[in-house]
Design a protein. Structure first.
Length: 368
């Protein structure tokens, strides 16, 4: 992706964020406008990957696609087909706990809970302002980040919001270390990057209190953990290219930054930090797909996989095979594609999915 396209990409993301407070009418999308399924047989969604398609902002056309691990089975609009209603507006992320899938619907201000095997709705949790991500503390509760108004606490026994942790501004990804949750806090989304206070929050999950914070570069949008339990943070530098992006290594036991690796220029927008199966190699998007060993002394200059004109948008690594899954959002208007690559970068498969595929969720079957 060229610098100009990356700039436009950032502006589009900013518009989505700023507009998320508005309550404009939602446009409906019919099922016919989505890709064709590769199977007409009734199936259960137990052995594959869910693709969370954001859909167009304020169109109400978010959807979930399913790709079987056999590479031959794809099913579109699985939430709509199971529940005879649309999923909502801007599907952000999804996590599975037990038999339930928790789908975070950003602009609809809600969480949809489904039986992930059938995708039948179990419950809808409403009233969360622009939720972003969910992470499970234990069998009793989970935390939900949001664009504003703190971190929500979800009681997993009742699937009701039981409280909140006050935070000023936007919170994003989360990583659990012992009984501490590390949370990326970006600052007020309405302010320019120069005024944002970006940091990693440390929450004691026993008391649901913020006990510490670690200052970072601007816009810490990515968070993951390696096999030595070091936390890695990807800082984009800000949507307005305020500073040079960086990748930071944090020792969560010491709550201290151990290493900062800078990108060569501020005119770049890295995103979607991911970790491989062994926990020793980082991946991220920066036009193409980049691969970086955790022991590297600098950010890689060349991509493992070139974009070749495609708009790579979402990225994840299969937790067993190490295969790379990346989405192509095309022009944010057409339905997108998913590409699967081997760890060495060889193309394995391509799959048609819904509009603006942004994130992924693997089913637990077959992962052990």
């Amino acid at each position: 992706m060229t610098n100009f396209n990356r700039y436009i990409h950032c502006l589009l993301l900013l518009i989505i964020i700023l507009a998320s407070c508005s309550k404009q009418p939602i446009r409906e999308q019919t099922l016919d406008s989505n890709p064709t399924d590769t199977t007409s047989l009734p199936i259960t969604y137990e052995n594959g990957i869910f693709v969370i398609n954001e859909g167009n902002f304020n169109w109400g056309n978010a959807s979930i696609s399913y790709i079987g691990y056999d590479g031959k089975t794809t099913v579109q609009n699985i939430f709509q087909k199971a529940n005879f209603r649309m999923l909502g507006d801007v599907a952000e992320s999804m996590k599975i706990y037990g038999k339930l899938g928790y789908i975070v619907i950003n602009n609809s201000n809600r969480i949809e809970i489904v039986d992930f095997r059938t995708f039948k709705s179990v419950k809808t949790i409403s009233g969360i302002f622009s939720p972003r991500h969910i992470e499970f503390v234990d069998s009793t509760k989970a935390y939900i980040t949001s664009l504003q108004k703190g971190i929500s606490i979800l009681d997993l026994h009742t699937n009701e919001i039981s409280g909140s942790i006050p935070v000023d501004g936007w919170t994003e990804n989360l990583v659990l270390f012992g009984h501490y949750m590390f949370v990326a806090a970006i600052g007020d989304y309405r302010e320019p990057s120069s005024l944002r206070s970006s940091r990693i929050l440390v929450i004691d999950t026993d008391t649901d209190q913020i006990i510490d914070s670690i200052p970072t570069g601007k816009e810490p949008i990515g968070l993951t953990m390696d096999n030595k339990q070091m936390i890695w943070v990807l800082c984009s530098g800000g949507y307005d290219f305020f500073e040079i992006p960086s990748i930071i290594r944090i020792d969560p036991a010491k709550r201290k930054i151990m290493e900062v690796l800078k990108f060569p220029t501020s005119q770049t927008v890295p995103s979607r930090l991911s970790m491989n199966t062994m926990g020793d190699t980082l991946y991220f998007l920066n036009g193409g797909i980049f691969q970086m060993p955790v022991h590297a002394k600098g950010v890689p200059a060349l991509p493992l996989i070139n974009s070749n004109g495609r708009l790579f948008y979402g990225l994840t690594i299969h937790p067993v095979t190490g295969n790379i899954f990346v989405s192509d959002a095309l022009d944010y208007v057409q339905n997108g594609n998913i590409y699967q690559y081997s760890p060495s970068g060889s193309l394995i498969g391509q799959y048609a999915v819904g509009r603006i595929p942004g994130s992924f969720c693997f089913t637990p079957l077959g992962l052990h």
